[in-house]
Design a protein around this ligand. Structure first.
Ligand SMILES: Cc1cc2nc3c(=O)[nH]c(=O)nc-3n(C[C@H](O)[C@H](O)[C@H](O)COP(=O)(O)OP(=O)(O)OC[C@H]3O[C@@H](n4cnc5c(N)ncnc54)[C@H](O)[C@@H]3O)c2cc1C
Length: 455
């Protein structure tokens, strides 16, 4: 066995990388062990028509201050998602074009009133949810006993609004409304600043800004700072914290550390053999949350020709699998780029078809709205995150009914000298890159306190 590390961090996604960065900035020596042959986890570099793109996480909201600050220190600039003009919207059998993101243009007067009432109910519930310990919120048991679908059917009689919330649920969790706990849905929305902020690509929204060259560069730069204190291709199989020194084992070696940070998705935490075993409730939490299902696609055209027709490239349809999609063309390139998603059940089912068939779904839908020019893209790429061994789905983990109130309180509870990071353990923007950074920072602070107390 080799030298004693202050901390070993498992996972070189944004969370693990930020944990290591925080520890190093406090003079601690930290080793990062990563299963893949690359860093970035659920963010990933790709290329389309010669341009660098993100095959995983990509957008930034202006309120995501940690990610903003990191990008600034690295001189990585941003540009807004293109929203000028008409979006295509189709919900519960009614299709239309609306200005920007104003979905209310598709609604009748009666539905507008119903939408107002539904939003008021949601916002009231949001105000009752505690972000850090939601299982202690008023009505937590009742809300956690319901799926989003069950709540929705009680909350509104409008089929169109139900369809809209189902689409939002699929877009946020990559899971269907009957699969997600209503309490979990609310906690998530609260952590992202509310429903409008979370789903919007407009100013202040979760899909507002893109990084020139892609967000994956930030992870790569953070990894470069670590030098040889980062080992790729070393999946951790076991952690033994039964004595004062933790022993972390990979297929290649065993490492000793005073503290360990596990910065992997909760569904992968239970693949690591831990001694002594986790308390049953904590193991149950890791076993009972699920990862969403998503395939992200990109299509490239010589120009963003839909703009000439007054479209902004956004399409949100509940009757097509390749939805939503957005115009993400970088301003410094002549190319027109559309990025979008097969989400939730659409991703599950279409994952079995070939890439060529998925491409057809995408270009056929684009041609339906933007004309025949859309049938001949210069390039198409997609990435099926359900097939990634070290993610097992995306964007993040979600809790089905009953999990949060029964086991949620264990999400950040250290186990001996093991601390938990990863975006799912964040209290702000959980499921997003910002949440990953926050969680890494918090876990590093716990380790710093632990090391100080050990002395
Ligand atoms: C298609 C897609 C689109 C998204 N869009 C956005 C977006 O626009 N904006 C946004 O903010 N977020 C987005 N997200 C979510 C965002 O990418 C994630 O929330 C974030 O990257 C999670 O970071 P993390 O460090 O917590 O986890 P991860 O990135 O999953 O990192 C965990 C790391 O641990 C490694 N690992 C797992 N098990 C082991 C083991 N046993 N031993 C060693 N290493 C292990 C994994 O290989 C991985 O590298 C998107 C995700 C996807 C997939």
């Amino acid at each position: 066995m080799n030298s004693l590390w202050d901390a070993i961090v498992i996972g070189a996604g944004f969370s693990g990388l930020n944990a290591a960065r925080t520890l190093r900035s406090h003079g601690k020596n930290a080793l990062v062990l990563e299963a893949r042959d690359r860093v970035g986890g659920r963010t990933k570099h790709g290329q389309i028509a010669g341009l660098d793109i993100d095959l995983g996480g990509m957008w930034l909201a202006p309120s995501q201050t940690r990610l903003f600050a990191l990008a600034d220190t690295m001189g990585i600039g941003r540009y807004p998602t293109f929203l000028k003009g008409k979006s295509v919207l189709s919900m519960a059998g009614k299709q239309g074009v609306v200005n920007g993101e104003d979905f209310t243009q598709l609604l009748s007067l009666r539905e507008k009133i119903q939408a107002y009432l539904l939003l008021r109910k949601l916002n009231h519930l949001l105000s009752t949810v505690n972000d850090a310990d939601p299982w202690n919120s008023v009505n937590s048991s009742e809300l956690d006993s319901l799926s989003v679908e069950a709540w929705l059917c009680k909350a509104t009689g409008s089929e169109r609004l139900r369809a809209l919330i189902r689409v939002i649920c699929a877009s946020v969790f990559c899971a269907e409304a009957p699969q997600v706990s209503m309490l979990f849905f609310l906690v998530y929305l609260k952590g992202g600043g509310g429903l409008e902020a979370m789903i919007s690509a407009d100013e202040g929204g979760g899909q507002n800004l893109l990084f020139h060259g892609g967000v994956h560069q930030i992870a790569r730069n953070m990894a470069q700072e670590l030098g040889d204190h980062l080992h790729l291709n070393e999946a951790v199989h076991s952690i033994d914290v039964s004595s004062t020194e933790a022993v972390v084992a990979t297929g290649l070696a065993q490492y000793r550390a005073k503290r360990v940070i596990v910065a992997v998705p909760p569904t992968l935490m239970n693949r690591i053999n831990i001694t002594p075993p986790l308390p049953s409730a904590q193991a149950a939490l890791h076993n009972r949350v699920n990862m969403g299902s998503v395939i992200k696609f990109w299509v490239a055209y010589p120009t963003p020709f839909w703009r000439q027709q007054g479209f902004n490239g956004s399409i949100v349809r509940d009757d097509k699998p390749a939805s939503p999609c957005f115009d993400v063309s970088p301003p410094d390139s002549p190319l027109g780029l559309i990025a979008g998603f097969f989400e939730a059940d659409h991703a599950v089912h279409i994952g079995d078809s070939s890439k060529e068939q998925r491409r057809e779904h995408v270009v056929d839908m684009l041609a339906e709205h933007f004309g025949e020019q859309a049938l001949n893209p210069v390039d198409y790429v997609d990435e099926d995150w359900t097939q990634e061994e070290w993610s097992k789905g995306c964007y993040g983990a979600f809790a089905p009914p009953g999990v949060m109130t029964h086991y949620g309180e264990w999400i950040r509870t250290p186990h001996h000298t093991i601390h938990w990071a990863g975006t799912e353990t964040a209290t702000e923007w959980a499921g997003y890159i910002e949440g990953a950074l926050q969680a890494g920072e918090r876990a590093a602070r716990e380790v710093l306190e632990g090391l100080a107390n050990d002395q």
